[in-house]
Design a protein around this ligand. Sequence first.
Ligand SMILES: [Zn+2]
Length: 165
Amino acid sequence: MLNRILIDPQAFAAQAETINGTVSLQHLDKRIWSPDIADLSSELHYTLRGGTDRWQRPFLDLAVSGSLKLHCQRCMQPSDFPLDEQVRIVLFANEEKLDEAMLADEELEGMLLCPELDALSLVEDQILMALPISPKHDDCGNRKLDAVNQDKPNPFSVLAGLKKG
Ligand SMILES: [Zn+2]
């Protein structure tokens, strides 16, 4: 069953509210269930904090952390992927203000105000952005696989080339 946490973003920011919790991937929307994920029971911790910045704009600060298990694209065994993401989402009353602010600041994460927002959909967006395109172990711990790996030149053939030169 999906967990949903509905907030009124404007009130949440104005009252500087905070919510936090732990959610398992299997209780999030299926759009984040990448085939790379080896274990859907992995849990992530999130904190959502509202506030108002120095330009009097309401914002939501989101932090998502934990560890996922992803299939290594080299050896297909699970690989630990630590996740520690923080983002500030600034809320705007209309599209013109949002566009103007995005043009002025390329780094800005902006969003239009809406009467109701699912906090966990923000968590899902954050996970989607953090997932690597091609997860791999730093070292698969399997020499046989390294030998057939064509990505890197074989050190012995490099040495042989040096000797010839
Ligand atoms: Zn591997």
